[in-house]
Write a protein that binds this ligand. Structure first.
Ligand SMILES: Nc1nc2c(c(=O)[nH]1)N[C@H]1C(S)=C(S)[C@@H](COP(=O)(O)O)O[C@H]1N2
Ligand SMILES: [Mo]
Length: 291
């Protein structure tokens, strides 16, 4: 039997620890190489701990590491979502109604407008499933998503840092796109509170702020909805917010991003890698004006 000398063992262990610290192991483990549906890029998942410890969720805190602690006492049961507005069949679905629908699993990169990204394996349902169930009228042009207003549990809502409740919106064709999902889980677990439990939107070709957490209402409408970030700082956060490396944020470039766990920046992909799937929706739109 061959015995590994102690110092070799020790060195290897130190090397391994270092690699784990910088996330390099996670990016080469072959079992973690997964191809997103319709996406030709190989994606290695961000470690679950990073996805759960580093969160934007302004209702709780603007400190990313504090969110997981502050969201802990947020109560998410019972929960229901209403689908209303320009629909023939308005619905109120409980969380268990939603969990009974046909689910999908999707590995998507999440690109924050701040310049970092993570690769997260989601579980959820396609949004178009429940929009079809509500029977959207032909007059419908947009969908508005309303988050939760509960300042007694979401302490940061006592500060007027954003118009509350957190509100987002999509054009109807974007909402009906098969890549657009409502997530109820990630990494084979129930969605954690800091990630938007019990149910949040995920729109993979748009900046992360479009993917609103803890949704209570989905309102189909004729008018373009007013959205929280756009109302707060219209010159920096547009309605479309498609990931676009060639349109800079007024205060920083969007051409590259830091994948959490990696050391070097990587180039940002147009539409976050989903150009083939979604660019047809924007043929008649100036993407510099409609940022
Ligand atoms: N309700 C709500 N949803 C939200 C936010 C928020 O502050 N409140 N932040 C957004 C931003 S800026 C990002 S980048 C993502 C982060 O999602 P994650 O914490 O699951 O990675 O959530 C988005 N959804
Ligand atoms: Mo973000």
């Amino acid at each position: 039997m061959q015995v590994t000398p102690w110092n070799t063992y020790q060195n290897r262990r130190e090397f391994l620890n270092k690699m784990i610290k910088i996330g390099a192991i996670a990016s080469i483990a072959p079992s973690q190489l997964i191809i997103a549906k319709n996406n030709r890029h190989f994606l290695s998942q961000t470690p679950i701990k990073s996805a759960q410890n580093y969160n934007n969720y302004y209702e709780f805190s603007t400190n990313k590491e504090a969110v997981m602690h502050l969201a802990n006492s947020f109560s998410i049961s019972p929960w229901s979502i209403s689908i209303e507005g320009e629909v023939k069949n308005p619905l109120t679905l409980s969380l268990s109604d939603i969990l009974d629908l046909e689910s999908v699993e999707r590995v998507y990169p999440l690109r924050c407008v701040e310049g970092w990204s993570m690769v997260i394996p989601w579980k959820g349902i396609e949004l178009r499933k429940i929009l079809n169930q509500a029977r959207v009228k032909t007059t419908a042009k947009y969908v508005k998503f309303v988050g939760t207003y509960r300042p007694e549990e979401m302490f940061n809502q006592r500060r007027k840092i954003l118009p509350w409740p957190y509100t987002e919106g999509l054009r109807i064709d974007e909402a009906m796109h098969p890549l657009t999902i409502l997530a109820t889980g990630m990494y084979d677990e129930t969605l954690s509170k800091q990630n938007g439990a019990p149910i949040r939107l995920v729109v993979p070709w748009k900046y992360g702020f479009k993917s609103i957490k803890a949704i209570q209402k989905i309102i189909v409408q004729k008018e373009k909805p007013k959205t929280s970030w756009n109302m707060q700082i219209p010159s920096e956060y547009g309605f479309y917010a498609n990931v676009n490396p060639s349109v800079a944020h007024p205060r920083w470039s969007q051409s590259r991003e830091v994948r959490i766990g990696e050391l070097r920046k990587r180039p940002t992909n147009p539409f976050n890698g989903f150009k083939n799937e979604v660019s047809h929706m924007y043929k008649n739109l100036d993407l510099e004006l409609n940022f």
